[in-house]
Design a protein around this ligand. Sequence first.
Ligand code: 5AD
Ligand code: SF4
Length: 431
Amino acid sequence: MKKFFIQTFGCQMNVYDSDRLHATLATRGWAPTDKIETADLVILNTCSVREKATEKVFSHLGKINKLKKKYNLEMKIAVIGCVAKELGKVVRHRAPYVDYVFGPQSWHLLLGALENTPTLCDTGNYRLDKFKDLATVKTQAVSAFISIQEGCDNVCTYCIVPFTREREFSRDFDTVMKEVDQVVSNGAREIVFLGQNVNNYKDENGKNLADLIRATAKIELVKRIRYVTSYPTYLTDELIDLFGSEPKVMPFLNLPIQAGSNAVLKKMNRHYTREDYFAIIDKIKKVNPNVVVSSDLIVGFCGETEEDFQDTMDAAKRVPFLVSYSFKYSPRPHTPAQKAFKDDVNPKDKAERLKRLQDLLHRIQKDFNQACIGKTVEVLIDQDKGAGVFRGRSPYMQNVKIDTDKEGLLGEVVSVKIKDASSFLLYGELA
Ligand code: 5AD
Ligand code: SF4
């Protein structure tokens, strides 16, 4: 049996895509392997959101080519996802040993190409086709991702996603719900809806994300519901209300502010001010004061002053932001900022601002985690590590490790008394 190996970079949508591709290859007579050197087909599912991510792909490709030369000259190599879309044929100029290049909306073509075409580069946008052609989902995860919306019509000036994933589109409500049923029968107990602007999900019959959440919450075996990533101004009152009225919706929201300064937000073409953002948070906290907010943050965007940066630090403290991600701005091709603005914050300042921000975010997280010591936290167990060790997540996406004599906890929500905490992990025992 021929073997395949998939490596995934970037966001959860890529993890979802790789999972579907994995399942489909498996139904067509391919067997997965986790050793590249034994693979007949190596697939890199790539991310181009930052320059570093793109360069990583080429260094990996170099290593794969060495393994191909050493172990299997017949090995096929496919680059799919956002770098494939960003660079198209250039991928094969820089790495001529690559056989296939497909974008985030065309990688399902790989399946036919493997049978009919020795090499192919097609980064076209076939929108919903990849969902139609695919086998039932592979995932047996306790926490299952389901992609419901892709693309972006927002034109944030720093962002390559409107180029790589193109225009926004939503999958149809009924097919999404069918997939929810499938993953639940595979063992999923938490459903995580995914989309670049997931809270702007709207299908052709007008069904929105709140409809999907309500329908999913009715399924008894589903214990938790989350969604990522939300755009601040698309957070409707209906969605906010669900934080108060639907206990299966976790009190945790990923709502990237990106920057805390109004001047920078304007230059980024984000359609809100810091005051608008804080007003949204206030509204959520009124409905449910326990909701915790996570953010993505960019430092060193074009023209960012020290004062602007302080506004970002202030926002991080004020909200406060937990389980958050922060990045140095890097100019990306095909973006308005790369065309119109100067990348004028010097690298030393960018690095130093990032360090200050990340130190602050770590401190906030550590304080939050330490405040859990002595408390009882509800944990969804998603990993059985063996020998009585389990891992799971709190409602606030904290990693929790527990030791116990009990068995069969996978997929269960258990009460855990927290004994110890670091910035990254809570440790506890069954309460
Ligand atoms: N430079 C740095 N970070 C970026 N992001 C998006 N584009 C860039 C860029 N050009 C960040 C944003 C986004 C996350 C996925 O990556 O914070 O939310
Ligand atoms: Fe990376 Fe964005 Fe593409 Fe996801 S959509 S893989 S974050 S570039």
